[in-house]
Write a protein that binds this ligand. Structure first.
Ligand code: NI
Length: 183
């Protein structure tokens, strides 16, 4: 598996770039991203989290599909994605991130998204997602813009976890997957 870049690494704060169909070894990269996500028990992983500032993310919610029908067959790669609409109601749900070990916080986001993207064969798609799938998509999509879920907390919650985030960025955390912290 590839190392997961940890909070404090500059690549997590960059705005990632679209890729073109001639991007080298895309299928292999996506396979490695799935592998890395599965090995670290994640349900989503964005390319900046493996140190690549490109607009690619993978999701796999299928282990949870029995509990949540919106996750049925929800295993795919989103390339050059654009969320074109976020709508319906605001919902609060607890989120975590492989790049921010051992922090879980409630984040408010829209319940539905309409997203355009190409798949690994550069075939275009436009789909609407709701529920947990919409949640995962919005979290991963944020990574492409250098945004982390902790940025979306209230000022009070941000203040409360500031020390923990600082400690993580200095390497004071423990995880059981391969990681990388670049200063
Ligand atoms: Ni994340």
């Amino acid at each position: 598996m590839l190392p997961v870049y940890i909070y404090g690494s500059p690549v997590l704060r960059k705005v990632a770039q679209d890729i073109t169909p001639d991007f080298p070894n895309l299928h292999e990269l996506i396979e490695e991203m799935y592998e890395t996500m599965h090995q670290s028990d994640g349900i989503g992983l964005a390319a900046p989290q493996i140190g690549k500032s490109i607009r690619v993310f993978v999701v796999d919610g299928t282990p949870l599909e029995e509990d949540d029908p919106t996750l049925k067959n929800f295993k795919k790669a989103f390339i050059n994605a654009q969320i074109v609409e976020r709508f319906d109601e605001m919902v609060i749900y607890s989120e975590g991130c492989l790049s921010i070990p051992n922090i879980h916080e409630e984040v408010e986001r829209e319940s539905k998204v309409r997203i355009k993207y190409v798949d690994e064969d550069f075939k275009p798609h436009e789909e609407v997602y709701e529920g947990f799938a919409a949640r995962i998509i919005q979290h991963e999509y944020d990574h492409l813009d250098g945004i982390l879920f902790t940025d979306r907390l209230s000022a009070i919650r941000k203040q409360l976890i500031k020390g923990k985030l600082n400690a993580i960025s200095k390497g004071r955390f423990s995880v059981d997957y391969k990681y990388k912290l670049v200063k």
